[in-house]
Every structure is written in structure tokens, then in C-alpha cells.
Design a protein around this ligand. Structure first.
Ligand code: MRU
Length: 351
């Protein structure tokens, strides 16, 4: 199954470019962007050309190795400063800062202060390890979540936590891809995910491309869809999970979790260990990214929908409290109780 689709990010054959499938152009156009500099990488992350917690970690790691390759003979401190800037491009997904820290550690452990061929090899090796780990973790998430996908299931998801948001199967969508491959019949309902429409543009794009029946609904329609369409399972991804299980994910996830509790629909969060941040006790400590008001005021940057006089509130994420979450679908198994104790036992803080 490897490489039967365009990955969210990958290296050019000569390793001179980081290639990114530009998600801001999907589903109309499958355009691959070539990146060589930290400015271009930061711009791609900020503008959601590459997005989704694991995907921005992987793209940054690969990108840092490419950027270093174009700096042979230069002072390593210059690269270290650029890695710090990349790390701060988006604050909520911990995968980004973790990947940048790992690249920074390789740089600091190198024996000279000048960027040379041996450092470049080590940086590419580390970036490939991060890529491979995410690949393996997404496969294990798929296995862990598979028992939840019963024949005839109707599954609702929010935002995009599939192939585009990570490496290979994704997180929330991982069990669905595996179930589909195993011939299990089910259908998916994708919240459109205002304001940037990751559900409508991206989840519907990748699921229908895989031949999975998908219905898009507006974010405010989930309670009615549960009542009228018999949705029996909700699976979402995460950008950062605190030690007690509080989970940050795309804005609107918490609303959905509250609705799920009302209707007693099981609500699962799927995430690899790279998304856990056990240094934070609760979700109150998770930094929430605020984004450009224009994303909300203008319908996909085309038509202004809000009078100029109105204030705009446009947070990119919210935090769902652990008590609304039925369980976590992770690469270390399905966790349905004692979240904190299970996370501590199974998530390595270094990963
Ligand atoms: O702003 P985005 O599109 O990067 O937000 C992405 C999400 O909220 C995803 O659900 C999350 O990163 C999990 S991706 C496997």
C-alpha cells in the first residue's frame, strides 16, 4: 500500500527539495510545491499548505534536512535559529515542536560548528526516522481502532485526520481505511469544518478517492444527523493531548463531544504517541492558536460575509475535556479507562 497516493510531504529524488502536496488547493487541484528555505516552509505551515499535527512534524523534519543541505560550509548556529522559527510556526500541535527538537538535538550533538556532509546525513536519517515512526504508528492506530468499526456503522468525523494530515492511513481515519480494505461496509459523515473546510475539502476528497461512502454536513448539523441518520460512532484526531486526557483538536470538536454525550454516541480520539504532551497536566495549559479574522469573514477568501464593524473570534482549536472522551485509539492500543495512568505507562516522554 505504500506510495499508492501522493503523500502530504516527501523528498525529491536528489533530496534538494521538500515536496508538499498543497492542501490549500485541494480538492480542485493536486499541486506539488517544492521547498528549499525555512521562509518557504514556515509560509507553507502557516497557510495550511501542509497541515494536521503529524504531517507538520514530518514536513518540518524533512524540510530542515533539505534546508541544511543548502547551507553546507555555513555556521550551524544559523540553522539552529531557523529551526527555532520553524518550531513556532503553529503553536498547538505538539508534533511540530517535538520534531524540531529532535532535529535540533542532532545539530547540537554534531562535533563541529560548521554544517558538513556528515551532519546532513544525520539530519536526513533523523527526519526519515520521524517519517517511519509516524507510518508505523498510523498502522497500529488502524489495528487498535478496527474492532470499533462494525458492519453497517455510521461514523462521524471532524476536520481532517487522515492521509493528508499525517503519513499513510492517518489517525481518526486509519481504522476506516483498514476496515474498508478488510471489506467491512460502513459510511462516513464528515463535518465541513468551518472556517477552512478541512472536512469538506480534504476528508471528503481522500475518503471518496479511496471509494468510501462519505456525506458532508455543516458543523451545526451533527445533532440532527445523529437523530436522523443513526450515527453510532464519532472519531476525531488531536493536536495535543495533556496527561489527564484533555485533548486539543480543530475548533468545533468540543461542541461535537458535548452533543455526543447528550445522545450517548461513543466519542473517540485517535492519535499517535507523538501527539501526547505529558508535561502538561490538563488541557488548560495547551496553547490555542488564534488565526487571521479574514478566514472567518471571507468565504474561502472570495466573498465577505461579515460587516467590517463586527469583531471576529477565530481560534483554530478547542480543548475537549477527558470526561467527554469514551476512549483513545493509539499506537499503544485502545485506552478506555484510567487515561492518565495508561498514558504514563505507555507513552515515552521523549517520543
Ligand atoms: O488546522 P489544521 O487543519 O492543521 O487542524 C488539524 C486538526 O485539527 C486535526 O484533527 C489534527 O491535527 C489531527 S491530524 C491527524
Amino acid at each position: 500500500m505504500r506510495n499508492t497516493y501522493t503523500p502530504s510531504s516527501f523528498l525529491s529524488d536528489d533530496k534538494n527539495f521538500l515536496c508538499i502536496l498543497d492542501q490549500s488547493k485541494l480538492p480542485q487541484e493536486e499541486y506539488v510545491l517544492s521547498i528549499q528555505t525555512s521562509d518557504a516552509l514556515i509560509d507553507a505551515i502557516k497557510k495550511l499548505k501542509v497541515r494536521g499535527a503529524p504531517a507538520i512534524g514530518v514536513a518540518s523534519a524533512l524540510g530542515i534536512a533539505v534546508i541544511a543541505k543548502h547551507k553546507i560550509g555555513r555556521d550551524a548556529a544559523e540553522l539552529a535559529a531557523e529551526i527555532d522559527e520553524i518550531s513556532q510556526a503553529r503553536p498547538t500541535a505538539v508534533n511540530l515542536s517535538k520534531a524540531c527538537e529532535r532535529m535540533q538535538e542532532v545539530l547540537h550533538a554534531h562535533d563541529t560548528n560548521t554544517i558538513d556532509g556528515s551532519l546532513i546525513d544525520k539530519l536526513f536519517f533523523e527526519a526519515q526516522s520521524i517519517y517511519d515512526e509516524e507510518y508505523e504508528q498510523s498502522r497500529r492506530i488502524a489495528e487498535a481502532g478496527l474492532p470499533l468499526i462494525k458492519p453497517g456503522s455510521k461514523i462521524l468525523t471532524h476536520c481532517n485526520a487522515g492521509r493528508l494530515a499525517t503519513v499513510d492511513y492517518g489517525t481518526a481515519l486509519a481504522p476506516l481505511y483498514l476496515a474498508h480494505e478488510r471489506g467491512i461496509d460502513f459510511e462516513v459523515f464528515a463535518d465541513e469544518t468551518r472556517p477552512l473546510l478541512q472536512g469538506a475539502r480534504l476528508t471528503a476528497y481522500e475518503l471518496t478517492k479511496a471509494g468510501i461512502k462519505t456525506t458532508v454536513l455543516g458543523d451545526s448539523m451533527s445533532s440532527l444527523a445523529i437523530e436522523t441518520h443513526g450515527i453510532d460512532l464519532i472519531i476525531v484526531g488531536a493536536d495535543r493531548i495533556a496527561a489527564n486526557g484533555d485533548s486539543a483538536n480543530k475548533i468545533g470538536t468540543n461542541n461535537l463531544a458535548i452533543v455526543a454525550k447528550h445522545y450517548q454516541v461513543p466519542f473517540y480520539v485517535a492519535a499517535p504517541r507523538s501527539t501526547f504532551d505529558l508535561s502538561l497536566k490538563t488541557g488548560a495549559e495547551i496553547p490555542i492558536e488564534m488565526r487571521d479574522p479574514q478566514e472567518l469573514s471571507d468565504m474561502w477568501y472570495k466573498q465577505t460575509m461579515i460587516p467590517n464593524e463586527a469583531e471576529i473570534f477565530n481560534p483554530a482549536f478547542d480543548v475537549t475535556s477527558a470526561d467527554l472522551i469514551s476512549g483513545f485509539i493509539t499506537d499503544f492500543g485502545l485506552i478506555t479507562s484510567d487515561f492518565e495512568a495508561n498514558f504514563k505507562a505507555k507513552v515515552s516522554l521523549e517520543s
